[in-house]
Structure formats: structure tokens, C-alpha cells
Design a protein around this ligand. Structure first.
Ligand SMILES: C[S@@+](CC[C@H](N)C(=O)[O-])C[C@H]1O[C@@H](n2cnc3c(N)ncnc32)[C@H](O)[C@@H]1O
Length: 250
């Protein structure tokens, strides 16, 4: 390898600026296969409502890894998570987004109506039907809507009919904020009922919901994507447990 190449390689591993410049130079060749992530530079990490940037990055990676054909999003708001899913999804996949707020339809049409993979419907989360998702089964569901235990339970019963056997359900806002990350004097320190030990529940019903699923649906496994070192809304991934297929032994 030439001295110049060796220097370039060393720089690649040592300098973010060099990697960014190298990526810009390689972009014309690589842009169609590289992950479409640049929108995340405009998402905020500390937000109330839209998905956090690092959680969006995680969900993007998950969708890229799993390549769902049918994605169902419950809770559209301004479309930040919907847009993020569309950036990760295959060209022939479909995203069905639902929100109970009628104002979301105009936002959805303005921002994402140009994308033939996207369908928005004004619906309450507990009223979804198979027809709402084109008669197909969802492979990936993102639940980020009412944050209400009863509605979530009713929604889960609907989802049992609307999802593929190996579907992944990502439930947003199941995290808790560690006391050490709350600034001194913050109003949350003055309330008592939302503290579970040293963790502040910002959406108690989402946490109660995943616990209720454990009790009532032990056939599903859960993974909590939470952090003790960062402010997180928190996600819980839910998937039907099952053995992986193996070759038959003679
Ligand atoms: C936290 S926001 C969704 C944020 C969005 N997923 C994002 O990351 O950009 C919650 C949304 O759920 C909607 N919502 C509340 N109750 C609902 C219900 N019963 N059914 C469907 N959507 C509901 C609200 O109107 C609101 O837009």
C-alpha cells in the first residue's frame, strides 16, 4: 500500500472530519445504497411528543434490519416517526399511519402525501381493522398514541388479528428518567406519585401496559430499550416467543 493510502487510512480511523469528507467524495457512487439518515440531523434529542433522535436512529436501523413489508404506526402527530420509517423502508413496503386527531390528515397529506408507500387514516387506536391496512398483516407496529392503559389493552387485542406471527411491536414511552438526570429544582422532584424508587415515569400507563402484557400474554417476549445514562422516552419491543426452525436430525 502506498504511503499516501496508509496515511488516508490512518486519518479515516482517527478523524470524523476526514470520514465526512471521504463520504462526500464517495457519495455519488454510494448514495443509493447508503442508509438515508440525513434527516436525523434535524431531529432533536430532547423532545416531548415526537420521537427522540437516537430512538429514531434505533427504529430506522431496526426497520432496515428486518425489512417489514407492512408497517403500522399508531400516533402520527407531525409525522416525524412516519418520515423516519419511510426513509428506512423498502420501495415496495407500505406504511399505514393512524391518529385520532383530524388535524393530522392535512399535515400527513402536505408532508408525506407524495409518497405512494404511505397511507394516513384518522382513527382511534382501538378501532383499527384489517381493511385499514389493505387486508394484509403488519410486520412491524409502532405504538405511540393515547398513553392510556385501557386503550392500549383494547388496541393489543386488535393487533393480535392485524399482525403477522413474527411481527415486532415497538411501544414508545415505557422508559423512566433516572433521578440523577433530573436538574436540581425541576418540578418533577416535587411530585411523589410518579417516582418508582429513583425513576420518574413520564407515561405511567405505558409502563403499566407492558407489565399487563407480561401477565396476560406470557407467550410474548419483551426487550426494554432503556438507559440509565441518557434521557430517554424509552421503547419496549414485543414479539411472540418461538423456537427458531432447525434442520431435522435423522
Ligand atoms: C406522542 S404523539 C405521536 C408522535 C409521533 N409518533 C412521532 O414520533 O412523531 C401522540 C399522538 O397520538 C395521538 N392520539 C392520542 N390518542 C389517540 C388514539 N386514541 N388513537 C390514535 N391516536 C391517538 C395524538 O393525537 C398524537 O398526535
Amino acid at each position: 500500500m502506498s504511503v499516501l493510502r496508509l496515511r488516508q487510512r490512518r486519518l479515516f480511523y482517527r478523524s470524523r472530519l476526514f470520514r465526512e469528507l471521504a463520504a462526500a467524495a464517495a457519495w455519488p457512487r454510494r448514495r443509493t445504497t447508503a442508509p438515508d439518515l440525513v434527516h436525523l440531523a434535524f431531529y432533536d434529542e430532547i423532545t416531548w411528543g415526537p420521537v427522540q433522535r437516537d430512538e429514531a436512529l434505533f427504529l430506522h436501523a431496526l426497520v432496515r434490519a428486518v425489512r417489514p413489508e407492512v408497517v403500522l404506526e399508531i400516533g402520527f402527530l407531525h409525522g416525524d416517526s412516519a418520515f423516519n420509517f419511510l426513509r428506512a423502508m423498502d420501495a415496495d413496503a407500505r406504511l399505514y399511519s393512524f391518529d385520532v386527531d383530524p388535524a393530522c390528515a392535512a399535515v400527513a397529506s402536505e408532508r408525506l402525501g407524495h409518497d405512494p408507500r404511505f397511507v394516513f387514516r384518522t382513527r382511534s387506536q382501538d378501532a383499527l381493522t384489517r381493511e385499514d391496512i389493505g387486508g394484509r398483516l403488519a410486520d412491524f407496529v409502532f405504538l405511540d398514541a393515547a398513553h392510556d392503559l385501557g386503550l392500549n389493552e383494547a388496541t393489543f387485542e386488535r393487533l393480535l388479528e392485524l399482525t403477522a406471527p413474527e411481527a415486532i411491536l415497538a411501544i414508545h414511552d415505557t422508559g423512566a428518567i433516572p433521578r440523577a438526570l433530573v436538574p436540581a429544582g425541576h418540578w418533577t422532584l416535587g411530585v411523589t406519585e410518579r417516582w418508582a424508587g429513583d425513576d420518574y415515569e413520564h407515561q405511567p400507563d405505558e409502563r403499566a401496559f407492558v407489565n399487563r402484557l407480561l401477565e396476560r400474554h406470557p407467550e410474548f417476549s419483551q426487550v426494554h430499550v432503556h438507559s440509565r445514562r441518557a434521557f430517554r422516552h424509552g421503547l419496549t419491543l414485543v414479539q411472540r416467543s418461538g423456537r427458531l426452525a432447525r434442520p431435522r436430525t435423522p
